[in-house]
Design a protein around this ligand. Structure first.
Ligand code: ZN
Length: 713
């Protein structure tokens, strides 16, 4: 009896406490944590007269819409005929004041509907225009700054000469790129470490709040390897704090830090090209950007509007996300003070990334962007199944088929809001994400191992969550029956998964588990990625090409959570949203069922009643202790692979291959579907020039993601 009470108490705590324990203390101050599970995001179609009627039908809780940062001020006054295509659409062609008024009216309309509005805020990217020749800075952002900056509206200009605000190359010249589809002029960038640039952004932010946004998401959160005086000084101060002069000499060959001239400060992780100093440069870049974000959005923004919602629009192109803007950020700064998480993941299956976001974010809302206009159903399903909020970008309401499915899915989620609202991950096992290894520069080895173990668990249909290893405290791990990490593969060869729930399903089906905020249910989510790819000539570019192939005969064999027994299981799908009770067979503490055929997404609501349990497999096992895991054994400790640069002499400098504007342009033309991630494309081009792609592809071939899944997603 005593054992039973303890088991119930442990389970109740494990199931119910995540929202209290997973979210870092003080994250939201005195405000209740932001919660949402239905979000609409538009960069172009929000100016369409059909936008608000679509919002009325879909009824999202949050919309991300409108532009308030650099791109707004650089482009709103420029007629479309002059500027051509840009990543963001400004509301009223060539009219700065009317564009601002449009956004104010839109925010009022959305508030009337009880919807929170998050504005997009370009923090540095589109400082575009012409600066050459004798005429000085002109066009685009420079024309705005010199001629249209209204001091009554924005306060005094921080500096007279806008060139003082720009990111710099090592030779002192302004850093620039030219990208087709972004601007007719070169793109210069403001530097987030420049105090005057921060003043510019604060002026824009104040104006955004006056225009009625509830929150802002920072776009283009890059530093691009800036070598301006603020960045160089900041990097020196950072190194001085971390290393003694003797260590600087020994580890980096820096004889005199004050006089030392750096060739570069790394802005992005480059597999196969990192050195210890580059890793420090990257860490400095990420920490200093976070400090800028905190000063502008959290300290200043919330001094104006205490409940200002803030987030960062970041990138994590799967499966090897070396473009994650906070790859090396220490755990104590990662996401600190931010209300929700956002990553662009590009086209590959993001399930492991979604679970990482859920675990790393401590239960905060999150969303991803696929740049996906075809696989709409599965993009919504995978977010719903893993605790995120559909549907981000490309919710194309003018394509009738897309609209029909978007509505169907949003209505399903609203009807079953009790499944999604503030739900928490409820896997039986956990896979540790090797964040501590990434911090050491072991990116390729660590990620390859993580994807391999994670892929195996997905293919084997194990109910598992993901937690970063640097925040995986014993109390967080205690609720799991098993802990897997990047060293687990060898032990998994003959893995019987004893004591775990099992599923019979093709590897194109993924399973996950969540626990609702209220009520004793355990929700098992199924996402079916199987689809028929149309021939090249039949492709429409819209949801008509998704062609999901329904799956039947999926079987579940669930282990009752300790202290509970399973009383019934209900089945629901977006196509059949009314819960349908399934026939179940009980055997000891296991309950078996056969799932009805489903198309892309289904939820099995597992109803629990307390009090009945069989103790043998029942109690929440403590699992392998984290203390028993030696992270240095997690991946091969010698650098034999793509990150071998770190083994090279500390002072060696790997030659950078310059990128030309025409090379950058051709890349963007080829991959125009993701035309808003300029820097990612610059980097992809660099990568290919440097011949990295082949070696990465060889590495990826070792991953067990089924061929069919890869083809279909
Ligand atoms: Zn700088």
């Amino acid at each position: 009896m005593k054992l039973k009470i303890i088991a119930i108490a442990v389970l109740a705590a494990a199931l119910a406490s995540c929202t209290q324990s997973c979210r870092p203390a003080g994250e939201s101050g005195s405000r209740p944590p932001l919660e949402f599970s239905r979000m609409l995001v538009h960069w172009q179609q929000y100016v369409d007269p059909g936008y608000l009627p679509f919002v009325d039908e879909v009824q999202p809780e949050v919309v991300q819409v409108g532009f308030y940062g650099v791109d707004f001020w650089a482009f709103s006054h420029v007629p479309k005929a002059v500027k051509g295509p840009t990543a963001s659409t400004q509301p009223v062609d060539g009219d700065l004041k009317a564009s601002g008024q449009f956004l104010e009216n839109l925010n009022k309309e959305l508030h009337k509907r009880g919807i929170k509005v998050i504005g997009h805020f370009d923090v540095e990217y589109h400082v575009t225009g012409l600066i050459d020749a004798s005429q000085g800075p002109r066009e685009g952002f420079f024309k705005f700054y010199n001629e249209l900056w209204d001091e009554k509206e924005l306060g005094p200009k921080p500096v007279k000469d806008p060139l003082e605000l720009l990111q710099r190359n090592a030779d002192g010249s302004p850093l620039s790129v030219q990208l087709k589809g972004f601007s007719p002029w070169p793109l210069y960038h403001g530097c987030l470490n420049n105090p005057n640039w921060r003043k510019v952004l604060k002026a824009f932010l104040k104006r955004a709040i006056e225009r009625g946004v509830d929150g802002l998401i920072a776009n283009y959160f890059y530093s691009n390897g800036c070598m301006c005086k603020y960045c160089v000084q900041g990097f020196k101060d950072y190194l001085r704090q971390r290393y003694s002069p003797a260590e600087l000499r020994k580890q980096f060959g820096i004889e005199d830090l004050d006089k030392h001239q750096f060739a570069e400060i790394t802005g992005w992780y480059e597999p196969n090209a990192m050195t210890p100093l580059r890793l420090e440069g990257l860490r400095f870049s990420e920490i200093s950007r976070k400090k800028a974000f905190d000063e502008i959005f959290i300290e200043y923004g919330r001094s104006l509007k205490p409940d200002l919602i803030v987030a960062q629009w970041l990138h994590s192109y799967q499966p090897m996300p070396n473009n994650d803007e906070r790859l090396t950020l220490p755990a104590e700064l990662w996401g600190k003070g931010e209300d929700y998480l956002w990553y662009c993941v590009h086209k590959a299956e993001p399930t492991l990334q979604l679970r990482y976001m859920r675990g790393a974010g401590g239960g905060r809302p999150f969303a991803i962007c696929h740049y996906e206009s075809v696989k709409i159903r599965v993009s919504m399903a995978e977010l719903a199944a893993n605790g995120g909020a559909p549907m981000t970008r490309y919710a194309n309401f003018n394509d009738p088929e897309s609209r029909k499915e978007l509505l169907r899915f949003f209505r399903f989620m609203k009807q079953h809001d009790d499944v999604y609202h503030a739900s928490t991950a409820a896997g039986e096992c956990v896979l540790l994400h090797p964040r501590s290894q990434l911090h050491l520069g072991r990116f390729t080895d660590a990620y390859t191992a993580f994807n391999t173990v994670g892929g195996r668990l997905l293919d084997d249909h194990i109910l598992f969550d993901v937690l970063p290893d640097d925040i995986a405290t014993p109390d967080k791990l205690a609720r799991y029956k098993r802990v897997f990490n990047i060293s687990s593969l060898a032990e998994m060869k003959a893995e019987p998964y004893d004591g775990l729930s099992r599923f019979e399903a093709p590897s194109t089906v993924r399973v996950s588990a969540s626990h609702p905020q209220k009520g004793d249910t355990w929700d098992i989510h199924f996402v079916n990625y199987n689809r028929k790819e149309p021939g090249e000539k039949e492709k429409t570019g819209f949801i008509a090409d998704e062609n999901p192939v329904a799956v039947s005969g999926v079987k579940g064999d669930l282990v009752s959570p300790a202290g509970f027994s399973i009383s019934k299981i209900e089945w629901m799908t977006p196509e059949s949203p009314e819960p349908q009770e399934l026939r179940i067979e009980k055997a000891g503490n296991r309950v078996r069922f056969t799932a009805p055929e489903f198309l892309v997404y289904a939820v099995a609501r597992v109803h629990l009643v307390s009090g009945e349990t069989t103790a043998r497999n029942g109690g929440i096992p403590s699992g392998p202790s984290i203390a028993g895991w030696n992270p240095t054994l997690g991946v091969a400790p010698t650098f034999r692979s793509a990150d071998a640069g770190l083994k090279a002499s500390a002072t060696s400098q790997i030659r950078r291959v310059p990128i030309t504007a025409s090379q950058a342009q051709s890349s963007v033309t080829q991959t125009s579907s993701s035309a808003d991630c300029g820097t990612c494309h610059e980097r992809m081009v660099k990568w290919e020039i440097e011949g990295r792609t082949q070696s990465l592809q060889r590495r990826l071939r070792t991953q067990p993601v089924s061929a069919q899944l890869r083809r279909n997603h």
